[in-house]
Design a protein around this ligand. Structure first.
Ligand code: FAD
Ligand code: SF4
Ligand code: SF4
Ligand code: SF4
Length: 384
């Protein structure tokens, strides 16, 4: 049976829990809200299946991979799709094709008050919730089991998520026919803590004395694609910008420091990412409006066929692996040296304490930002 003795060896994909026919495994949050499997030893009969399907190691299956991934810079032909997606809206093109063929799409959306969870969509309206990156580990709940049911029913299924999730999903399907399964992963920097996200949201709501109704983890319409600014809209329809501390690397899951998927041997048919450095690779003209360029890696024969089906919806230029190298295609993120102290202090002293101690921009700055933002709005309103 699965025993987590070193937390960095588990990415929380939930594959082990989904295959246990005795329902002996539950995914339970740790102190930072990251899910880990716990085994009910009363129910477990030591069959070993859960260990067998765990693919969070360098030996994960690469048997579907092309010798070298095909590389493209991509932008959706509809500018509205680009404006509402994280980069070039390739995910929309890929998922449109699945939905247009009666299939279902799984991706990261929201439940409860902006808790990030994986969900199932059968319409474009439902699917649109998955647009855009959510910089929090998503809760997989029972989606692996539901995907198995969909595949058995003969539906086309698109699953989009982190590479550790797509790898775990494929392993958990065991002998299920995967002909209709289409896997799309992201180039992945790491996933921040769900607890930090929840507390962060509660803090800005407390400061605003209002409730958040919309979150934009990277507001490229106001700040451009390259900026990393989050926008929050409140019930009074005012939106404000804060710096959510994603890039502090302080609150990443431990497994992200030793991730085996930070390379070109992807556990998915197609990989999507931000094409940093596209200017050199495909020329300035392609993304000069600063709205976003998607990096696409086509990794399997199925990926090749899938890419062909969406070509009429996108503008694309082929390039190569050398021209799109970015850190997380070469090595795992380097986790902040204070990460474990951060976790200890968080548990012992709470959220506001760690925010002030570890984040350069302490919570006072939240108020400053809000005031500045309000001043600008008032100026605009009175036309000064
Ligand atoms: C945590 C995280 C780290 C990332 N790190 C990098 C990076 O280092 N380099 C890079 O080039 N790109 C990174 N990306 C990917 C990038 O931000 C865009 O998602 C990608 O460029 C696709 O953009 P798009 O316009 O095609 O589609 P979008 O509409 O923006 O894509 C959304 C897709 O991302 C999935 N998704 C969103 N949030 C999550 C989540 N929390 N967990 C799992 N899946 C999620 C959705 O299911 C959907 O498929 C990261 C994304 C996330 C969520
Ligand atoms: S299968 Fe996934 S959740 Fe289970 S132990 Fe392995 S990495 Fe962790
Ligand atoms: S060893 Fe078998 S029964 Fe026990 S938790 Fe793992 S899958 Fe379930
Ligand atoms: S960095 Fe690796 S382990 Fe962390 S979420 Fe991304 S794919 Fe999973």
């Amino acid at each position: 049976m699965i025993r987590i003795t070193d937390k960095s060896k588990c990415c929380g994909c939930s594959a082990c829990a989904s295959v246990c026919i005795r329902n002996a495994i539950r995914m339970q949050p740790d102190d930072l809200g990251f899910p880990y499997p716990t085994v009910d030893t009363e129910k477990c009969n030591d069959c070993g299946l859960c260990e067998k399907v765990c693919t969070f190691h360098p030996g994960y299956s690469k048997k579907e991979n092309l010798e070298t991934s095909l590389v493209y810079a991509v932008r959706h032909k509809k500018i509205k799709e680009i404006e509402t997606s994280r980069s070039g809206a390739m995910f929309i093109a890929l998922s449109d094709w699945i939905l247009d063929h009666g299939g279902v799409v799984y991706g990261a959306g929201y439940a409860d008050h902006f808790r990030v969870v994986h969900k199932r969509a059968t319409t474009k309206e439902e699917r649109n919730e998955f647009k855009g990156s959510k910089y929090v580990q998503s809760d997989m709940n029972d989606v692996f089991k539901r995907i198995k049911v969909d595949l058995k029913a003969g539906l086309k299924v698109l699953f989009s998520g982190t590479p550790c999730q797509t790898s775990g999903l494929r392993a958990s399907l065991l002998k299920t026919d995967m002909t209709n399964l289409y896997l799309c992963d992201i180039v992945c920097h790491g996933v921040p803590s769900p607890r930090f996200w929840k507390d962060y949201l509660a803090l800005i709501e407390k400061k605003q004395k209002n409730t958040v109704i919309k979150v934009d983890f990277r507001d490229k319409n106001r700040f451009g694609w390259k900026a990393h600014k989050e926008s929050f809209t409140f019930t009074n329809n005012q939106s404000y910008t804060y710096d959510y501390k994603f890039y502090k690397d302080l609150m990443f899951r431990n497994s992200c420091a030793v991730c085996p998927f930070t390379n070109f041997q992807r556990p998915s048919d197609i990989t999507i990412g931000d094409f940093w450095g596209w200017q050199k690779a495909v020329g300035e003209e392609f993304g000069k409006d600063d709205k976003g360029v998607s990096l696409i890696l086509v990794n399997s024969e199925k990926g090749k066929a899938w890419f062909e089906t969406v070509k009429s919806d996108i503008n694309y230029i082929e390039t190569n692996t050398e021209s799109c190298l970015q850190p997380n295609l070469q090595h795992p993120s380097v986790i902040h040296p204070e990460r474990n102290n951060f976790e200890r202090d968080y548990c012992e002293k709470g959220f506001e304490y760690v925010l002030n101690k570890y984040c350069k921009d302490p919570s006072k700055t939240f108020l400053v930002r809000v005031k500045k933002s309000m001043k600008n709005r008032i100026k605009k309103l009175i036309g000064k």
